[in-house]
Design a protein around this ligand. Structure first.
Ligand SMILES: NC(=O)c1ccc[n+]([C@@H]2O[C@H](COP(=O)([O-])OP(=O)(O)OC[C@H]3O[C@@H](n4cnc5c(N)ncnc54)[C@H](OP(=O)(O)O)[C@@H]3O)[C@@H](O)[C@H]2O)c1
Length: 240
């Protein structure tokens, strides 16, 4: 049984998969959650084949019961939670007049509501971990759109701004207990999510998922006295 354990949402590809691998390398048992079972199992196999300790739960994180299912499976398998990575997200671009209500609801549900519910459902395990080592970490994947809003990505930008605000609230509410929260705010990262823009920006010119995972590795090493509320990742020459 791993001495430390983590949940990573959106762990079947891109940034979440890179963070899950890094946590496995650091000795964490990892519950990997994402929507599509087949893709998730294939991703988890790449970690398990390298000897990492993984548990998978396929779950649509827009649904409260599915979130509870992930947390229950994790608790049953590992019995503790030292790192929570709220990374699953969805971005659907649209001009204002064409915004579809179902796309609005989906982005709010996955990008924001699921994070609130994961914190709530995981709170007892996070508090137990923090009582033990005072350096329990929650990482919330926002976006550079959570710092500088984008036209035609207005709903996505609004949810990602909300993630930054939520992270700030959690640091004020839980920080003194030893639960530290960080919002990750990257510009274009080379993942399936940015396939739509690869005609204009080459994949090699994008931030790597491993760059984000290495930043989270750094967060694991900060002392209990140090909180990093947010981290921005931009490409060379990006205007801030
Ligand atoms: N790539 C970028 O340039 C960039 C920049 C800034 C922020 N981000 C953020 O980074 C996070 C990860 O994105 P990524 O770039 O790594 O994209 P990705 O490779 O497409 O990964 C997205 C992950 O989220 C999961 N997911 C999406 N909707 C879900 C739902 N309803 N329920 C459960 N899981 C769901 C996906 O699983 P399924 O495939 O099974 O749905 C997948 O595992 C997102 O929050 C995104 O907004 C990305």
């Amino acid at each position: 049984m791993a001495e430390r354990a983590a949940i990573v949402t959106g762990a079947s590809s891109g940034i979440g998969l890179a963070i899950a691998r890094m946590l496995g390398e650091e000795g964490y048992g990892i519950t990997m959650a994402a929507r599509r079972a087949e893709k998730l199992d294939a991703a988890a196999k790449t970690l398990a084949d390298d000897g990492l300790d993984v548990n998978t739960v396929a779950a649509a994180l827009s649904e409260e019961e599915e979130i509870q299912k992930v947390v229950a499976s994790h608790e049953e398998r590992y019995g503790r939670l030292d790192v929570l990575v709220n990374n699953a997200g969805v971005g659907i671009g649209s001009p204002l007049g064409d915004i579809k209500t179902k796309h609005l609801d989906m982005q709010i549900a996955v990008n924001l509501r699921s994070i609130v519910l994961f914190y709530r459902e995981c709170l007892p395990m996070l508090q137990a971990s923090a009582a033990e080592h005072k350096s329990t970490l929650v990482v919330n994947t926002s976006s550079i759109s959570g710092k500088r809003a984008e036209a035609w990505l207005s709903v996505y930008s609004a949810t990602k701004h909300a993630v930054v605000g939520w992270t700030e609230s959690m640091n004020k509410e839980l920080g003194s207990q030893g639960i530290k929260s960080t919002a990750l705010c990257p510009a274009f990262v080379d993942t399936p999510m940015t396939d739509f823009v690869k005609g204009q920006i080459k994949a090699q010119e994008m931030i790597r998922p491993q760059d984000i995972a290495e930043a989270v590795r750094y967060l694991l090493r900060t002392s209990p006295a140090c909180v990093v509320p947010e981290m921005m990742f931009v490409r060379p020459g990006d205007a801030l």
